[in-house]
Design a protein around this ligand. Structure first.
Ligand SMILES: Nc1nc2c(c(=O)[nH]1)N[C@@H](CN(C=O)c1ccc(C(=O)N[C@@H](CCC(=O)O)C(=O)O)cc1)CN2
Ligand SMILES: NCC(=O)N[C@@H]1O[C@H](COP(=O)([O-])[O-])[C@@H](O)[C@H]1O
Length: 205
């Protein structure tokens, strides 16, 4: 049974593009069933439609957080989604949503959590003066950028880095890391023991 992914995005959609490419090339055993966005001009909607994938702008106007998340959940359930994948989704999901999709909602964050949670992790890394940062793929829980970690990739910070150059290098790492993390999660079905995501056993051939 192919894993059906529901993507929720606010952003440009480049992680979505690379997930779609990984599926098309056979590197990711899944299908994107639906793409949802809270912004009508989100690049993720254009990329989804260009790939023939159902896509919907879910308008948050006049809705409280819980009501809005319930709308998202309705779209996901209607599409028969198994796994919820956030790509640059810039709203905090309510505890009700997290509970409804617990253990199957995944996010990518452009830093090595628990360092630099929240917004503009690139600038946080530059301001702190770290020599290494990176990207983290993690399960989503009721807190922000706190859920158990599935996969991380380190990225060097160079002395002449600007916000844009560091952001570009981290995002290039994300485009490899997210499809790989999703493949591991789908094929090896890890256990979550407290804060730890435990894959156990040997690599799936
Ligand atoms: N319950 C959870 N929801 C979300 C998580 C999570 O871990 N748990 N991850 C975020 C993604 N994210 C960073 O990766 C993130 C997104 C948004 C915010 C935030 O402070 N948003 C503000 C509004 C920001 C704005 O509109 O400019 C807010 O919602 O009040 C922090 C981190 C996705 N959701
Ligand atoms: N805190 C959340 C956060 O900063 N997420 C970041 O938004 C970008 C979305 O890009 P995309 O829309 O092109 O995939 C990604 O770099 C992701 O790590």
């Amino acid at each position: 049974m192919t894993t059906r992914i529901g993507v929720i995005s606010s952003g440009r959609g480049e992680n979505l593009r690379h997930i779609i490419e990984a599926i098309s090339s056979g590197r990711l055993p899944a299908e994107v069933a639906v793409v949802l966005a809270d912004q009508p001009e989100a690049g993720a909607l254009r990329i989804a439609r260009g790939a023939g994938i159902e896509a919907a702008f879910v308008d948050p106007t006049g809705l409280g957080r819980a009501e809005y998340d319930a709308r998202l959940a309705e779209h996901l359930d209607r599409a028969g989604v198994d796994l919820v994948v956030l790509t640059g989704y810039m709203r905090i999901l309510t505890p009700e949503f997290v509970r409804r999709f617990r253990g199957r909602t995944i996010n990518i964050h452009p830093a090595l959590l628990p360092s630099f949670p929240g917004l503009d992790a690139f600038q946080q890394a530059l301001d702190y003066g770290v020599k290494v940062t990176g990207t983290t793929v993690h399960l989503v829980d009721e807190e922000v950028d706190h859920g158990p970690i599935i996969h991380q990739v380190a990225v060097e910070v160079r002395e002449d880095d600007t916000h844009e150059s560091l952001k570009a290098r981290i995002q290039e790492a994300e485009y490899r890391a997210y499809p790989e993390a999703l493949r591991l999660f789908i094929e090896r079905r890890p256990k979550v023991l407290g804060r730890k995501v435990v894959f156990g056993g040997k690599e799936v051939e």
